[in-house]
Design a protein around this ligand. Structure first.
Ligand code: SF4
Length: 459
């Protein structure tokens, strides 16, 4: 077990006996839902596993439940509204259930959620390690608070302890998703993540290697290494992402490794060299851009210029044939003029993106950008989003068409679906389809909507 940096890494797998489960949870039906990013999904799967280990039964969608647990997101106001809507709906569906909210919205605005009469317990990201025990306390009036307004509480707490003591639960995924980094120290002006998830911290490399060896032994053939700011992996541990990847390549048998999104300044020369040299590192990268205008990037307080981005990404595209490149783009940031938008669009058009995740800027209280003047008119923002999505759609169609006639190795997921090695969704034309979790060679034969179609090829 290596050292921890700053506060402990909250989801590190720690061997050892599990804490005694609160007896009150035995047999309780819990419905776990999640919103937002893949990291949140992973956290929710772990919370479900922890509750399950305490004797809870996981309820399917539509089934009655005794506990409703929602892992919230706060990336936009729409996400906040959706979380409140889901909490109200849960209360209507099962009036006697305990309604518990956790995640980023719960971390950033606990008072807003506590004000809702439908909500019994609010626990921020920093309290997730103890969440299952806190839920148990809701059912033990002699020990903890009763449900309802008098018993409602917000929880932060220290980032310590382990949610799981086994392999992180994958929520049924065929890929093994491993969060190796949490939090962020960068403080981009629009971003609530440093407030919602705290400072950067990383899973020690020894633990990453150990977990991946065990994941491979359990049958996983593809791992995704992810983090909130993955490029910041290892800060405070005296290491960095490329060193971790080197160890994963040398010390684990995992045949396919993908990466969650990496900020452009996280694409170090050492990482690019490794990424280019090893086929086990699959050719897909998502590198957030946010804006292609130098002045907007500066107001966003991103430690990056468009030219820096072009250099970093250009190097990696040249070094990794067949790479699929994606990016986040945020438009309508306060003060974004027509000229700045046009400059940004031109920059984006000049780069070989296959897909864009486009977001309209939404003011978040508690972020440095919240007080900036010159908000962009909503109709103008919608139009800019529409133009960026049109560009993304055209690029995605072209990228899919370019795959036809190529052979890819595909990890088979549910119902004969999968993703090519460079991360395009594909449907296998095989009846019956190969078993889930197997890697098969596939000839791409065509395109159907947003999917590729493929037939099994000789390995
Ligand atoms: S680097 Fe990413 S997570 Fe960190 S503040 Fe910027 S946008 Fe948010």
């Amino acid at each position: 077990m290596g050292p921890m940096n700053g506060s402990a890494f909250s989801l590190a797998p720690v061997p050892g006996p599990a804490p005694a489960p609160p007896a009150a949870l035995a047999g309780k039906r819990v419905r776990v839902e999640t919103m937002g990013c893949r990291v949140n999904r992973h956290d929710a799967a772990q919370l479900g596993a922890a509750l399950s280990a305490m004797g809870c039964l996981l309820a399917e969608a539509g089934a009655p439940f005794d506990i409703y647990l929602l892992n919230t997101c706060t990336v936009t106001h729409q996400a906040d509204a959706e979380a409140r809507r889901r909490a109200r709906r849960a209360r209507r569906r099962c009036p006697r259930a305990r309604v518990v909210l956790t995640g980023c919205y719960a971390e950033v605005s606990p008072q807003a959620l506590l004000a809702m009469p439908e909500v019994d317990l609010v626990v921020g990201n920093h309290g997730k390690a103890d969440l299952a025990a806190r839920i148990g306390a809701l059912f033990e009036p002699a020990v903890g608070p009763a449900p309802g307004p008098a018993g409602r509480s917000a929880g932060g707490g220290s980032v310590s302890g382990a949610v799981t003591r086994a392999l992180p639960d994958q929520g049924g995924d065929t890929r093994f998703f491993l969060k190796v980094q949490e939090g962020c120290d960068v403080a981009c002006a629009f971003c609530i993540i440093p407030a919602a998830r705290g400072r950067g911290r990383s899973m020690p490399p020894d633990d990453v290697v150990d977990v991946l060896i065990r994941a491979h032994a359990a049958g996983y053939r593809e791992a995704v290494l992810a983090g909130i700011h993955l490029g910041g992996y290892g800060e405070g541990l005296g290491t960095h992402l490329a060193a971790l990847v080197r160890r994963v390549l040398d010390e684990t048998p995992m045949p396919r490794i993908r990466f969650g999104s990496i900020e452009p300044w996280g694409l170090s020369d050492a990482f690019v060299e490794l990424f280019a040299a090893h086929e086990r590192l699959l050719p897909f990268l998502h590198v957030p851009l946010q804006s292609g205008s130098a002045s907007v990037l500066k107001r966003m307080r991103r430690p990056c210029t468009p030219e820096f981005y072009r250099r970093r990404v250009g190097r990696i595209v040249a070094a990794k044939p067949g790479l699929t490149l994606g990016a986040d783009v945020l438009t309508g940031f306060p003060g974004e003029t027509a000229a700045e938008f046009a400059e940004g669009l031109e920059f984006i058009e000049s780069l070989p993106f296959s897909q864009l995740h486009v977001f309209p800027y939404s003011r978040r209280a508690g972020t440095p950008a919240a007080d900036l003047p010159d908000p962009v008119d909503e109709a103008v923002k919608r139009d800019r989003v529409r133009r960026l999505i049109a560009l993304s759609d055209a690029r995605r169609r072209a990228a899919l068409a370019a795959q036809v006639g190529t052979v890819s190795h595909v990890l088979v997921e549910a119902r004969g679906r999968g993703h090519t090695h460079n991360n395009h969704p594909i449907r296998l034309l095989a009846d019956p389809p190969p078993p889930r979790g197997r890697v098969v060679a596939v000839m791409v034969t065509g395109v159907d909507g947003d999917d590729l179609l493929g037939a099994l090829a000789a390995p």
